[in-house]
Design a binder for this molecule. Structure first.
Ligand code: HSE
Length: 436
């Protein structure tokens, strides 16, 4: 059978990986896909660099629209990134009847609903395995492997840059700014690391997983997003003394009132497998009612790990291309007419346990006052440590863990505690998840 012809938009790190892996494993890939997969044309503004990478194995053009207009091309891979020109090109490719494979999480999280609607209308597939957790086949697992389950929650370490920074902060006792500089020097963090350290990249990924897990539209704009820039080394240390590690988690949960969708630094028990995911590695824990807890681990970025996911999508699209569109796997796992519009809960309505650090005057009655306020807001203490005041100091740190409560109760309690004259600094509040 004639090989499938692919047009590649953007040949950077991942595009280079796609080329290398397709070539190295072409025989195995062909045995799986049932026919060859050939990169026909590469479009990249840097034509000379693209030509150097491609070495005559594909045509190289500067204008992506040449690829979209080419009737020879069956599948377009979008590796440009962002949601400017990438969105226009994906929509144009769909309109031209091409199937699309993309690694672009921002595009899918922000414009996925419109893209899937257009693709459905046109009868083409848009595959995006590489958009979440790079090489880990988590989209496949959620959409197909776990389709018997009512998925209850997902918690993921889906940003390698921040996981690397947090691992270094814990290992070396360094503060955030110092580790970030080191990460940039080593090339682990981008020159502009905003999307990573502010939690936006993780929020794109968890928004995508949430939609697929619960059969709801993509709702990135409703996600609560906190990054790691405010995290202090001292809280990582106290958490460790209490048996916890702090990770930037993307969390989405089904509750009777609606869906929780949030990214923030989170204490998790050090004994959980996911707590031991270190460095730039990614991991996603999924709880389904039938299967129980499952964990997926691997590289979340990089040339060949991401290419692994892109090529898996190419194989899937190749296999299903001739199938009746109604018999393909739905883009968001659920049939389009069976999607539900469950609300994303505001943060005040989410339920979590908490870590609190209070800098308090070391004098009689302070602890009693604080626990009284917590009790009046239905916040129950689970563990507590008080550091001995340093010699000559008249203040000390009080660190406590609470049982689960509504966030609005916790905020009301903190507001009241903050007004006590014996509380000497802003109360530090972090959320805690047991993941059991
Ligand atoms: N910047 C991401 C990370 C990789 O640090 O994990 C691409 O999603």
């Amino acid at each position: 059978m004639k090989p499938i012809q692919v047009g590649l938009l953007g040949i950077g790190t991942v595009g280079g990986g796609v080329f290398a892996v397709l070539e190295r494993n072409q025989e195995e890939i062909q045995r799986r896909a049932g026919r060859g997969i050939h990169i026909h044309t590469v479009a990249d503004l840097n034509v000379s660099r693209a030509k150097e990478l491609v070495q005559g194995r594909a045509q190289v053009v500067a204008d992506a629209r040449t690829v979209i207009a080419d009737p020879e091309i069956d599948i377009v891979i979008e590796l440009i990134g962002g949601y400017g020109i990438a969105k226009d090109l994906v929509m144009e490719a769909i309109a031209a009847g091409k199937h699309v494979v993309t690694a672009n999480k921002a595009l899918i999280a922000v414009h996925g609903n419109a893209i899937f609607a257009a693709a459905h209308e046109k009868g083409v597939m848009v595959a995006f395995e590489a958009a979440v957790a790079g090489g880990i086949p988590i989209i496949k697992a959620l959409r197909e492997g776990l389709s018997a389950n009512r998925i209850e929650w997902i918690a993921g370490i889906v940003n390698g840059t921040t996981n690397f920074i947090l691992s270094e902060m814990r290992d070396k006792g360094l503060d955030f700014a110092t580790v970030l500089k080191e990460a940039q020097r080593l090339g682990y963090a981008e020159a502009d690391p905003t999307f990573d350290i502010e939690g936006i990249d993780a929020a794109h990924k968890v928004s995508i997983m949430s939609a697929i897990a619960f059969g709801i539209p993509m709702q990135f704009e409703q996600a609560h997003i906190e990054g790691i820039t405010q995290l202090s080394a001292i809280d990582i240390r106290y958490a460790e003394q209490l048996g916890y590690r702090i990770k930037l988690l993307g969390i989405t949960k089904r509750t009777p009132a609606g869906i929780e969708l949030r990214v923030h630094p989170t204490l998790i028990p050090a004994k959980r497998l996911i707590a031991n995911v270190e460095g730039a590695m990614n991991a996603v824990q999924v709880f389904g009612d039938a299967v129980g807890t499952t964990l997926y681990y691997g590289k979340g970025a990089g040339s060949e790990p991401t290419a692994s996911a892109v090529i898996a999508d190419l194989v899937d699209v190749t296999r299903l291309m001739t199938a009746d569109p109604d018999n393909r796997v739905p883009h968001l796992a659920f049939q389009p007419e069976a999607m539900q519009n469950l609300p994303i809960l505001p943060m005040s309505e989410i339920t979590s346990s908490y870590y609190l650090r209070l800098c308090v005057a070391d004098q009689a009655g302070v602890l009693a006052e604080i626990t009284k306020i917590l009790a009046s807001h239905h916040v129950s203490i689970d563990a507590l440590i008080q550091k001995e005041a340093l010699e000559g100091e008249r203040q000390t740190d009080l660190v406590m863990l609470t049982h689960a409560t509504k966030e609005k109760n916790m905020l009301a309690a903190i507001q009241e505690i903050q007004c006590l004259p014996t509380v000497m600094a802003d109360v530090v509040k972090l959320r805690l998840e047991n993941l059991s």
